[in-house]
Design a protein around this ligand. Structure first.
Ligand code: C2E
Ligand code: MG
Ligand code: MG
Ligand code: MG
Length: 272
């Protein structure tokens, strides 16, 4: 009996594995033509000034509108795109759409674009960014580029000069998901940035956890002494917002203010 049950479970596992492999291959194939078919869209989520209740920027977030499947979120295609070498085309598409959208707003809003290491290790990354700026007419100071900590590590070796050239023309650099990588302090020493985005895992329990409040206060103090601006990610409650505001955190982003949506400048909630 036990043996029979064991075999049955193996078959379930095999089917599961096979369907996962099939799904993955299917995604890769469909993703290959997604850019040319115009299926990559950019959605936007406002970044607000917590102290003044104003919108200062909007983060560009990739979405894939698969004709047969509907809207696909980055968690289901960005990592695959990186692995199979498709992230450059997707990243350039999002960058172009984001710059054009921000340039059309006439509000002086900045747009913050996520950049994967596979994108910026390419020799022409600086040229790609400058072209997106000149073709859209967006002033460089209204473009922020977000890199994760592990990406910063790669940039130190390969693309540091490109990033510093972009900073010199006014583009601002942000470290995304700050606190989730490793040796953050080494990165901050070796690589000059303008903003830190505190990862949403530190914000989630802010109201309950004295420990998390202490960590966030520490990040804010560090940022202050390095002259960096801070964005707190994933603010969902007025309690979290009020705590961050009280701690002197300058910027915030999260479902409380607005969920990501297709409009570059959506309605934003500031009430309580
Ligand atoms: P991220 O850059 O840290 O973006 C923030 C993510 O948190 C977004 O998920 C956003 O929808 C979500 N978020 C915002 N506010 C809240 C909140 O209050 N609560 C919670 N629980 N979540 C919130 P999304 O759009 O699914 O993107 C996931 C990740 O995919 C991004 O994380 C980024 O790392 C990556 N990504 C998105 N677009 C691009 C892109 O164009 N290029 C690259 N290389 N990566 C991208
Ligand atoms: Mg980001
Ligand atoms: Mg983030
Ligand atoms: Mg994240």
């Amino acid at each position: 009996l036990a043996k029979g049950r064991g075999r049955a479970r193996y078959e379930v596992f095999d089917d599961d594995l096979r369907s996962r492999i099939e799904r993955r291959l299917d995604t890769e194939l469909a993703l290959r033509d997604a850019v040319e078919r115009g299926e990559i869209e950019t959605w936007y989520q406002p970044i607000v000034d917590l102290q003044h209740d104003t919108v200062v920027a909007t983060e560009a977030l990739a979405r894939w509108r698969r004709p047969d499947r509907g809207l696909v979120f980055p968690g289901d295609f960005i990592a695959i795109a990186e692995e199979v070498g498709l992230i450059k085309g997707i990243g350039t598409t999002v960058l172009g759409q984001a710059c054009r959208a921000a340039a059309s707003l006439e509000k002086g809003l900045a747009v913050s674009v996520n950049v994967s290491p596979r994108q910026f290790v390419q020799d022409d990354f600086g040229a790609v960014v400058k072209r997106a700026l000149s073709e859209s007419g967006l002033p460089p100071a209204q473009l922020w580029l977000e890199l994760t900590e592990s990406a910063v590590l790669e940039a130190i070796d390969s693309a540091a000069r490109t990033f510093q050239e972009l900073r010199a023309i006014g583009v601002r650099l942000a470290i995304d998901d700050f606190g989730t990588g490793y040796s953050s302090f080494t990165h901050l020493r070796a690589f000059t940035v303008d903003l830190l985005k505190i990862d949403l895992t530190f914000i989630r329990d802010l109201e309950r956890s004295e420990h998390d409040r202490a960590i966030v206060e520490g990040i804010l103090r560090l940022a202050d002494s390095l002259n960096l601006d801070v964005v707190a990610e994933g603010i969902e409650t007025t309690g979290q917002r009020d705590l961050l505001k009280g701690m002197g955190c300058r910027y915030g982003q999260g479902y409380l203010f607005s969920k990501p949506g297709p409009a570059a400048s959506p309605a934003v909630y500031f009430g309580d």
